[in-house]
Design a binder for this molecule. Structure first.
Ligand code: 5GP
Length: 128
């Protein structure tokens, strides 16, 4: 399957420093910053530095070191934000919206780390 990466997407521009952001963390292969429209007291976006469109593309094309670094960075964000139970927090949610049905707006793979309060249900209840 082809995954055409648009290097003008907003997160690519943040990675290049063309658009400012409120940085949360940086590691060899991963960058994290606070969402501009937070949905909860903690809302951090974690992105690989590499050009991956979505979760599917990342899993397929990223190297093992990139995937390991990303996974650990997500956990570190949660600990440093104080929401991980290991850091005395009360838990959090990880979301990776993927593609049109997943309502992904920015075509650079990202995980939302959301917490700091009791969150609503994962999905609205279906009718009927
Ligand atoms: P998606 O809907 O693609 O899963 O999530 C995209 C997220 O990026 C949204 O939560 C949105 O608020 C956030 N976002 C969009 N543009 C910017 C920006 O320029 N800066 C930051 N920090 N977040 C952004």
């Amino acid at each position: 399957m082809s995954h055409d990466y648009d290097d003008q997407n907003i997160f690519a521009r943040i990675l290049r420093g063309e658009i400012p952001c409120n940085k949360a963390l940086e590691s060899e292969h991963t960058f994290a910053f606070h969402d501009i429209q937070p949905q909860a007291p903690v809302h951090v976006l974690v992105i690989p530095k590499g050009p991956y469109v979505n979760a599917d593309h990342f899993a397929e094309a990223a190297s093992d070191p990139e995937i390991a670094d990303f996974t650990r960075a997500v956990a570190r964000v949660a600990r440093e934000a104080g929401v991980a139970e290991a850091a005395g927090g009360n838990g959090y949610r990880i979301i990776a919206n993927t593609g049109p049905d997943g309502r992904q707006d920015v075509p650079h793979f990202h995980v939302h780390v959301i917490g700091g309060e009791r969150l609503g249900r994962m999905l609205p209840q279906r009718e009927g």
